[in-house]
Design a protein. Structure first.
Length: 256
């Protein structure tokens, strides 16, 4: 029951914040923000709504428009209003919501957002509201960032895997090419070696042939035969010559 009442009160306070911000923007207020102080111990209110204007006249006009707009839309009146004497800083107390309307220099001097830096801050514009510095937004942003990073990580891992595979294939191709070149080189070297050996063997065989064909024995035999032939002829001639006179002598004797 208590939680339900708290939820209703919080919803009413948020609705009041939006009504105040709308009234401020209608009078061209600058830097309209709301601070959620509900999680801060010792806070003097649940919400702050803060804005600033360049002149005191505009500050006063914004304050009057906020009071009128909230009364018409929500039927609420501020418990008290302070600072209307000089309109440098007008404070409007709606119990759960405190409205701060600053002249620009005064806002820069007091820096109320920095004094309550732990509060969640919401920027109000004519466009859809943008929430800043809330834990939920940070979690959503972190989740979105993580979700967005996952495809990138997967793509990077896939790219790395493909690159590794490509490198491996390229390495194997290089190895094959090197092996092929080495085989061709070895084959060429082997052919050169075989050719050189064959050339050496041919040269040796060529050099050895004339020495083997030298007819040393034949020349000697031919010489001996040549020397023997005249001697034989001479011997035969001598025998014939010697035989002839003997025959003559025999024939002479027979004639006698």
């Amino acid at each position: 029951m208590v939680k339900k009442k708290q939820t209703q009160a919080d919803t009413a306070a948020q609705e009041l914040c939006r009504a105040v911000a709308t009234a401020m923007l209608d009078k061209k207020a600058q830097n309209v923000v709301s601070l959620d102080l509900s999680s801060i111990d010792g806070a003097i209110s649940t919400y702050f709504v803060v804005c600033n204007a360049e002149s005191t006249t505009q500050v006063d006009a914004i304050a009057r428009n906020v009071e009128e707009h909230v009364r018409k839309t929500l039927g609420q009146k501020p418990r008290r209003v302070e600072g209307t004497e000089n309109s440098l800083w007008i404070l409007m107390d709606y119990v759960d919501v405190l409205v701060h309307i600053f002249q620009t220099e005064m806002r820069e001097f007091y820096r109320i957002e920095q004094l309550w830096a732990d509060a969640a801050l919401e920027l109000h514009t004519d466009e859809p509201p943008v929430v800043k510095k809330t834990t939920a937004v940070k979690k959503v942003a972190a989740t979105a960032k993580k979700t967005a990073a996952e495809p990138t990580k997967k793509a990077a891992a896939a790219t790395k895997k493909v690159a590794a595979k490509t490198t491996k294939v390229a390495g194997e191709e290089v190895k094959k090419t090197v092996a092929k070149k080495a085989t061709v080189k070895a084959s060429a070297t082997s052919k050169k070696t075989v050719s050189a050996k064959a050339s050496t063997a041919t040269k040796k065989a060529t050099e050895a042939k004339p020495a083997a064909k030298k007819p040393v024995v034949k020349k000697t035999v031919t010489k001996k035969v040549a020397e023997a032939k005249p001697a034989a002829k001479k011997t035969a001639a001598k025998k014939v010559t010697a035989a002839k006179p003997a025959a003559k002598k025999t024939s002479t004797k027979t004639a006698k």
